[in-house]
Design a protein around this ligand. Structure first.
Ligand SMILES: [Zn+2]
Ligand SMILES: [Zn+2]
Length: 252
């Protein structure tokens, strides 16, 4: 796959006050796709072909449902169900499976349980696919900037790297899209930055837990460690709690 650079949003995210710039870019991308889908993109035939085929994951169904305007969501869900029901019948109806043999996407597999086939069907999501594609482009840009620009290397060090899910994405992409030498250089630097940051965070979190010790009752909590639970959770799992996980407000 050929990747293009998307420098400005990456630099803006790394300069902003956040734990993981890639999480902030993912939230912003996701919000933009949901906006575009619910405002008019759901009427575009090529978009509808995709949403009919894949549907949405629980998180993205919930985010769309939270918007006030339900027309786009109801139309997309209806035509997805219409297309999905015959597939569902093939999975759940034994007589239909016997007649037609295994489903095309499971051919070659000896035996797939109904549960496994069902999970594979409902796991797909149009918005996840769009966000994943954009995040790979951003990850590619991060690695390129790190290798080429001393100023960006400083930014990466100041941030202490990114959350662990996005660390995995960066390592995967470095291996996939860069030369062995570049990959090795980036991987060594990112690993060191990540380990240093997480070691310091573990210490902050430990200090935070000590505040609950009865021997420290009445002492002023250390402001340095006040948000360490939030920081640790978001580092380990991606931005899922607190201000880091906040999404833009909408009235539509
Ligand atoms: Zn992240
Ligand atoms: Zn999704």
């Amino acid at each position: 796959m050929k990747y293009t650079l998307d420098t400005i949003p990456v630099l803006d995210a790394f300069k902003s006050n956040c734990q993981c710039p890639l999480c902030q870019l993912a939230i912003s991308c996701e919000d933009g796709y949901i906006d575009s889908l619910l405002s008019s993109a759901y009427m575009e035939p090529e978009v509808r072909i995709e949403t009919n085929k894949t549907g949405f994951c629980p998180q993205h169904f919930a985010l769309m449902y939270a918007r006030r305007n339900k027309l786009g969501l109801s139309l997309m869900t209806h035509t997805h169900m219409k297309e999905f029901l015959p597939e569902l019948k093939k999975i759940l109806d034994d007589s239909s499976q016997e007649k037609s043999g295994p489903l095309p996407f499971f051919r070659g597999k000896q035996k797939s349980s109904k549960a496994e086939m069902l999970r594979n069907q409902i796991r797909r999501c149009h918005i996840c696919t769009q966000v994943d594609t954009a995040m790979r482009r951003y990850a590619y840009t991060v690695i390129r900037l790190y290798l080429d620009k001393a100023e960006f290397r400083d930014l990466m060090r100041q941030k202490g790297g990114v959350c662990l899910p996005h660390t995995a994405l960066l390592l995967e992409l470095a291996e996939e899209a860069f030369s062995a030498k570049e990959c090795q250089e980036f991987e060594a630097a990112l690993s060191q930055i990540t380990l240093e940051h997480l070691t310091a965070l573990e210490k902050d979190l430990y200090d935070f837990t000590l505040q609950f010790d009865y021997r420290n009752a009445g002492k002023t909590p250390d402001p340095r460690v006040r948000d360490s639970v939030e920081r640790a959770v978001n580092r380990l799992a991606g931005a899922i709690v607190g201000t880091e996980a906040e999404r833009p407000a909408h009235n539509d």
